[in-house]
Design a protein around this ligand. Structure first.
Ligand code: 13P
Length: 341
């Protein structure tokens, strides 16, 4: 399939992406912090729960996974990634090896994992992977993000995007402006515009085919510690305004990260943008927490809770699928309340 076709399939009508690419060590830390027991099968069991949830393919077009997850097998000993393909969903890979300190900066970061990436991507493509995701994280603070961090990350994201396309994979370019902090929505708007403008400049320099790329973006939000929280309509308005200024219409779709927003807000914001604006690109989701928070709380690493956790995952995927069409309503939220066994 051409990269343009893959990109369009990932943002097909009413569908979005599930980001399941939490690395094993971070996954175990999360379980510990939530008071959920950790054992040696937890990562496989959780990945199986996510990748085999019944009917998830109605609302999920692709799943972002870790290199470790591409090697996992289900209870019957069959490859999990093959099961994802059999359900008509596209497997994606996060080839990233973690954030490292950006030398000479004041605590800013850049993603690592460029060494040997060309060969690794060819290996993932041979496994049936259709796309990549690479994240940059920008913290708003006094003097940050810096020009240096924005340029350095834009160039790394663009290199990864170019290498992905060389391997026949759609790059999802993820410049995340983080929610943490007491900044106003106006500051987030200004930083988001700046980051997007430099990111697209770098994609141009690296000869990246925009028709075969997707952007994974953060919404324009008030910082989580800002005393004045912008309402849903303002978030939708400011986010669409920043994107229309800085994201070319040649991009087939923009998929949001949830970034620490509540499940409700991640869905309500997405819905407001799609319900109220004429948009030149598809606007959908690529959520991790806003899809998996509730299922994980239900699961508790207990096999008997898997069906209820999968039902909760399906429900959130459905709500966000509807929001990608501007068809979500608060009343629909009450539809399915999953019960633990
Ligand atoms: P959240 O939706 O939890 O922000 O994660 C999305 C993601 O994949 C970040 O890279």
């Amino acid at each position: 399939m051409s990269i343009n076709k893959i990109a369009k399939k990932l943002v097909a009508h009413g569908k979005g992406i599930m980001a399941a690419d939490r690395p094993p060590a971070a996954f175990e830390q999360l379980l510990e912090s939530e008071g959920i027991p950790v054992d040696e099968d937890a990562y496989r069991n959780w990945s199986q729960l996510l990748f085999t949830a019944p009917k998830l393919n109605e609302y999920v077009s692709g799943i972002i996974m870790t290199p470790e997850q591409t090697q996992l097998r289900n209870d019957a000993g069959e490859s999990l990634i093959a099961g994802v393909v059999d359900q008509g969903m596209i497997p994606g890979i996060s080839p990233f090896k973690g954030m490292v300190a950006l030398a000479g900066s004041d605590g800013e970061t850049v993603g690592s994992g460029l060494d040997g990436l060309r060969e690794r991507l060819a290996g993932f493509a041979a496994m049936g992977v259709g796309f990549t995701k690479w994240r940059a994280a920008f913290q708003i603070g006094p003097g940050t993000p810096s020009y240096y961090a924005i340029e350095a990350n834009a160039y790394v994201m663009a290199q990864v995007a170019a290498l992905s396309q060389e391997a026949g994979l759609v790059p999802i370019v993820e410049p995340e402006v983080m929610l943490l902090g007491d900044h106003t929505i106006e500051r987030c708007f200004a930083v988001t515009e700046w980051v997007l403008s430099r990111t697209f400049e770098a994609l141009y320099v690296h000869r990246v085919d925009l028709e075969g790329s997707l952007v994974k973006a953060s919404m324009v939000l008030s910082g989580n510690e800002c005393l004045q929280q912008a309402d849903v309509d303002t978030v939708a308005e400011q986010t669409v305004k920043a994107f229309k200024r800085q994201i070319p219409a040649a991009i087939p779709g923009i998929v949001f990260l949830s970034g620490g927003q509540s499940d409700y807000h991640a869905t309500a914001h997405l819905n407001a943008m799609n319900a109220n604006y004429e948009l030149p690109w598809k606007l959908s989701f690529s959520y991790a927490r806003a899809l998996q928070r509730e299922p994980m709380a239900i699961w508790e690493n207990r096999r008997e809770n898997v069906p209820a956790a999968q039902a909760a995952l399906y429900h959130r995927a459905k709500m966000n699928g509807l929001a990608s069409l501007g068809l979500w309503t608060e009343e629909l939220e009450g539809e399915a309340v999953a019960q633990k066994a």
